[in-house]
Structure formats: structure tokens, C-alpha cells
Ligand binder design. Structure first.
Ligand code: 13P
Length: 232
């Protein structure tokens, strides 16, 4: 399909969307036509994966482009049916430049089993993300779904939508992908521990506070749901 010449920035972002989509597919956090990824250009335009496609096998010219209201701004492919999730994140978080929505199996399984990943258990998660909140169930592909995460993304870069999938926010696509990777790895550990023992216990409060205190020494200033509860 013919297209206007892309800027260097847009070319880089389109290539990154393909690369990270392929990585999600290889790692099993998306299968079939699941998931969607987007990134914001410096002019405020959003480049997003097309609806219904296999996100592990995309080429740069397959991407859709929308404005901050989700309106198409070229004759290219139709944007993801979950564009609303991405718009809510960009609206609530002007500091965020990229979003990855995936279906990580262990993390979604924990929401189905009603095991709360906000519980402080794994030191690395306590220090970085802080806890992983779960959003209530919302119907995919409807305006109801983005509203289930609106308040949560104000204080978390990582959220799991009940029975459905994850949304991770980043300063770039690799950063959003990193949080997905950490989320699913943590969920896997918790699932194994839960299966082996039949339950999970949080670290003692004093240990959690000690870990949170290391954030300043390590220079970590990302939003942290254990410090900024945001009603969770
Ligand atoms: P799209 O192909 O429309 O992005 O939908 C995939 C998906 O995972 C919906 O939750």
C-alpha cells in the first residue's frame, strides 16, 4: 500500500511495534490475533497495530494511525478494536509514550483464580512496580473496558484486566514490554508457589517498608502502587 514518506521517528516506531509484537508472540504472551501495541509520536499522533491481525507477524506498513480521540488520520489499516485502552492511558498519563496490551497466561489465570497480585511478595516488584493491581471485568471491544483501568493507570504502569489481559505503560515500547515480561514472570512464580503450598503470604510489613526505602538509594522514581495507593 503506498504511503507518505515516514519521518525517521515514525519509521523507528513502526519497526519497534513489529519487533515487540514478534517478541510477545514468541514469549507466548499473545497468541493468534490477540493483543495490541501502540506508541505516540512527538506530534501527538498514535501509531497502533491493526485490528484482527497476528501481531507477531506485522510489517511497518501494516500499522494504523489515529489522533488522541481515536479518529483515523490516514487511509491506512483500521486501528485495534481496543484503541480505547490506549487512549485512556495517553489521556491520563502524558509522561507515557507507549502501551502494550497482551494476554499473559499466568497473570490472567491469577485473576480468574482471584489471587491478588497487588500483594507484596517479590522484592524486585515491590521496589519497581510496587504491586500489580487488577481492574474489574469489562467487556472487550466496548467503551466500558477502558473505563475500568482509567483510575488505576493514574498510579500504576502495570495493570491486569480481570479474565482478559494486561496493560503496561512505558516511556517507550521496550519499557512497556519490560513491565509485561516482569508481570508474567512474577505471575508464574506466584502460580507455582500457590500450587505447591495452596496459598500465598505477603512479606511482613517491615520488610516491605525496608524494600521501598531502597528506591531512593537506587534512584528509582517510577510510580509505585504501594507508596501511592490510589484507592487500591
Ligand atoms: P485487536 O486485534 O482489534 O487489537 O484485538 C485484539 C485483542 O486482544 C482484543 O482484546
Amino acid at each position: 500500500m503506498p504511503h507518505a514518506p515516514w519521518t525517521e521517528e515514525e519509521t523507528r516506531i513502526r519497526q519497534a511495534l513489529c519487533r515487540i509484537g514478534a517478541l510477545c508472540y514468541q514469549r507466548g504472551t499473545i497468541v493468534g490475533a490477540d493483543g495490541n501495541l501502540s506508541a505516540k509520536l512527538s506530534d501527538g499522533t498514535i501509531v497502533i497495530t491493526p485490528t484482527g491481525a497476528m501481531k507477531g507477524f506485522l510489517e511497518p506498513e501494516h500499522m494504523a494511525k489515529v489522533d488522541m480521540q481515536g479518529r483515523p488520520i490516514d487511509q491506512g489499516p483500521r486501528a485495534s478494536s481496543e484503541v480505547g485502552i490506549h487512549l485512556v492511558c495517553y489521556q491520563e498519563r502524558p509522561d507515557v509514550q507507549a502501551i502494550v496490551h497482551a494476554h499473559p497466561p499466568h497473570a490472567v489465570a491469577l485473576t480468574i483464580a482471584e489471587i491478588d497480585m497487588q500483594m507484596p511478595i517479590i522484592p524486585e516488584i515491590i521496589v519497581t512496580i510496587g504491586g500489580i493491581p487488577t481492574a474489574p471485568f469489562g467487556t472487550p471491544g466496548t467503551p466500558e473496558l477502558p473505563e475500568t483501568i482509567r483510575a488505576i493507570v493514574r498510579c500504576s504502569d502495570t495493570v491486569i484486566m480481570k479474565n482478559h489481559g494486561s496493560v503496561t505503560l512505558g516511556t517507550n515500547l521496550m519499557d512497556a514490554y519490560k513491565k509485561l515480561d516482569m508481570l508474567e514472570h512474577t505471575a508464574r512464580i506466584l502460580w507455582l508457589a500457590h500450587t505447591a503450598r495452596g496459598g500465598l503470604s505477603p512479606l511482613p510489613e517491615a520488610a516491605v517498608q525496608k524494600l521501598l526505602a531502597t528506591r531512593a538509594q537506587l534512584g528509582i522514581t517510577t510510580r509505585n502502587t504501594l507508596e501511592n495507593q490510589c484507592g487500591m
